[in-house]
Design a binder for this molecule. Structure first.
Ligand SMILES: NC(=O)c1ccc[n+]([C@@H]2O[C@H](COP(=O)([O-])OP(=O)(O)OC[C@H]3O[C@@H](n4cnc5c(N)ncnc54)[C@H](OP(=O)(O)O)[C@@H]3O)[C@@H](O)[C@H]2O)c1
Length: 270
């Protein structure tokens, strides 16, 4: 039996991965909401739920202690937990940007550092995002957090001489609860940002649409399963045409990218 550690296990992509892998493997499944613990436990007897709040360093340390008290080998760590901090860079609170990096970047690195010895010879699969290509205005904290995640983990693989294979999965828009949550979590800035009223309305409409019309989670799950089974996976994979498009645009000179994105924004924000 293989052993997996998956954060963000209570919803969307992470929850689907738990259901997939726990059929024939042990899965340590991270939750922050105690109400969802039983739900996770009921998925399979192979699931071992563990508490982890990605904003609390102490909680991550305790999660590492819990996992390493039960196993000395993790075949694959899948870093999934994430949230979206949205708004205009001009007036978004710095603490909100800090929280974005805590949840999407620093927490994953801390958990990985804590489990590193158990991971030697195994894989780390990060659920990054097409946002890592950095071309989406008004979600810059999210884009920056995903880019930073990719950079830190690429270095980790290189510096440790490939003791652990790191793979970045970059989905485009996937229909999960993330989008509704992002509207709720950013409500104040999205609804009371008079300098950017039209843009914020566009953002909310777009998020609502994405939560319904995005790609099925299965696309990400199938790719993760495939990558997990490969001996020599690539370092980065995209999911969806939007992610492919973002990667192509991001390779253009920055001034061209800025002009294209500004033009696209003008067309879409009315
Ligand atoms: N959906 C997309 O279009 C899309 C596209 C590209 C990349 N991604 C990435 O995919 C990953 C999974 O997102 P998803 O779409 O599946 O969204 P989701 O359904 O909202 O799942 C996010 C998971 O992260 C957990 N989480 C959030 N903040 C946390 C915290 N402070 N401490 C512990 N756990 C926390 C959530 O817990 P709760 O259940 O308690 O909220 C949930 O289990 C994220 O990293 C996201 O950036 C998503």
């Amino acid at each position: 039996m293989k052993t997996y550690v998956i954060t963000g296990a209570t919803s969307g992509i992470g929850n689907s991965l738990v259901r997939e892998f726990s059929a024939d493997s042990v899965v340590f499944a991270g939750y922050r909401n105690f109400e969802k613990r039983e739900e996770l436990q009921n998925v399979s007897k192979n699931v071992i739920p563990f508490f982890i709040d990605m904003t609390q360093s102490e909680s991550i340390t305790k999660a590492v202690e819990f996992i390493t008290s039960k196993t000395d080998k993790v075949d694959t760590l899948i870093n999934v937990a994430g949230c979206v901090v949205a708004g205009a860079v001009e007036n978004i609170e710095i603490d909100s940007i800090r929280r974005q990096f805590e949840v999407n970047t620093f927490s994953h690195l801390q958990l990985t550092q804590g489990l590193f010895r158990c991971l030697e010879g195994g894989k780390i699969i990060n659920i990054s995002s097409m946002a890592s290509y950095g071309i989406f205005p008004f979600v810059a904290p999210y884009c920056a957090s995903k880019r930073a995640l990719d950079i830190l983990f690429s270095s980790l693989e290189i510096e440790t001489g490939g003791k652990v294979k790191v793979v970045s999965i970059k989905p485009g828009v996937i229909a999960t609860p993330l989008w509704e949550k992002s509207i709720k979590e950013n409500a104040e800035l999205l609804t009371e940002n008079s300098d950017y009223e039209k843009e914020m309305k566009f953002l909310v409409g777009n998020a609502k649409n994405n939560g319904v019309n995005g790609l099925d989670v299965k696309k990400v799950v199938d790719l993760v399963v495939r990558v997990d089974g490969m001996k020599n996976p690539q370092s980065s994979y995209k999911v969806g045409n939007d992610a492919i498009g973002a990667s192509i645009v991001s390779r253009l000179p920055q001034n061209v990218v800025n002009k294209l994105v500004s033009f696209g924004l003008k067309l879409r924000v009315k």
